[in-house]
Design a binder for this molecule. Structure first.
Ligand code: PLP
Length: 295
């Protein structure tokens, strides 16, 4: 059995409840050319995406990811995705890979070719990197000014801050800057000093028994992993809250994590060169939960 599957998808309108979806995607060889040079996703990063973790044959939180894809489409004024079609494509891709191990499944919806008739879409699933070590050891983090004050998303919606767009060059530049500063990862902060998110993760922290994360104000992506963890924590009697978090609160946390769909939960062990307390037992428990089948 191959360990990657790539599907090209002809997006159906959101309100198409009847077309048999199986005829709307076809498997292609990921190493062969598949996109046209006029693709706006490649030329301008003009499109949206989702990355879903697949654990032992189960696509984790597929529905919340698809709902976020729909929200990103709305923010970017792309045609609303047909979730029935995407669900079927995810099921087909997951059927085509081994039923054990961790995989990353990426969905892309692009504005398509300039002056072209329709958006383009594809899905690619491949083995995930091995994150065992980083889940155990954690990451050193540099805080980086995102250059925006709190409230920017409301004042300047054309920045598309709450959408998961393909324009990740800034996020990748932040990771390079973090490495230059001797860290492994970054946490963006607003220009007025509030915690936002990592370039590819959400931030959660714990003070005593209270777990907090920045309020999903529209300036950051609302992480599916963070949401799932907070539901899990609340269901086991822990107290969770969304709030504005000044950087000083992150510095004083009893423990803090970066969380995301494929790497899952990793402890922040150092912040701007200063050691942070971590909680290895709690981190293991969080990842145990995150690796269990979740819808
Ligand atoms: N914030 C950003 C900017 C991200 O790119 C990601 C994931 O890639 C996240 C947060 C975490 O989102 P999720 O938990 O849904 O993977």
């Amino acid at each position: 059995m191959p360990d990657t599957v790539t599907l090209l998808i002809e997006p159906l309108p959101a309100d198409d409840y009847d077309t048999p979806v199986d005829g709307t995607f076809r498997e292609v060889d990921a190493s062969a050319p598949a996109l046209r040079v006029g693709e706006l996703s490649t030329q301008r990063g003009d499109g949206i995406f989702e990355t879903i973790g697949v654990v032992d044959g189960h696509a984790q939180e597929a529905r919340p990811h698809l709902e976020r894809l729909r929200n990103s489409a709305r923010i970017c004024e792309l045609p609303e995705p047909n979730l029935r079609q995407w669900e079927a494509a995810i099921a087909r891709a997951v059927d085509g890979i081994p039923s054990t191990g961790e995989f990353a499944l990426k969905l892309v919806l692009s504005r398509g070719v300039e002056h072209g008739p329709a958006p383009t879409a594809w899905l690619h699933v491949a083995p995930a990197a091995d994150f065992t070590r980083v889940r155990e050891r954690g990451v050193r983090v540099a805080t980086l000014d995102r250059g925006y004050a709190r409230g920017t998303a409301e004042r300047a919606p054309w920045l598309l801050l709450g959408a998961k767009t393909l324009s990740y060059a800034v996020n990748m530049a932040a990771l390079r800057e973090a490495k230059r500063r001797g860290a492994d990862d970054a946490v963006f902060v607003t220009s007025d000093g509030y915690v936002m998110e990592g370039p590819t993760s959400s931030v959660i922290l714990r003070h005593g028994d209270t777990w907090s994360t920045p309020a999903p104000s529209g300036a950051i992506l609302h992480g599916t992993t963070q949401l799932s963890l907070f539901e899990h924590l609340a269901s086991t009697g822990r107290s969770t809250e969304y709030r504005d978090i000044p950087v000083a609160d992150l510095e004083r946390a009893d423990a803090a994590w970066l969380v995301s769909s494929v790497r899952l939960a990793v402890s922040i062990t150092e912040l701007d060169g200063r050691g942070m307390p971590s909680d290895p037992a709690e981190t293991r428990a969080l990842n145990e939960y995150l690796l269990s089948p979740r819808d």
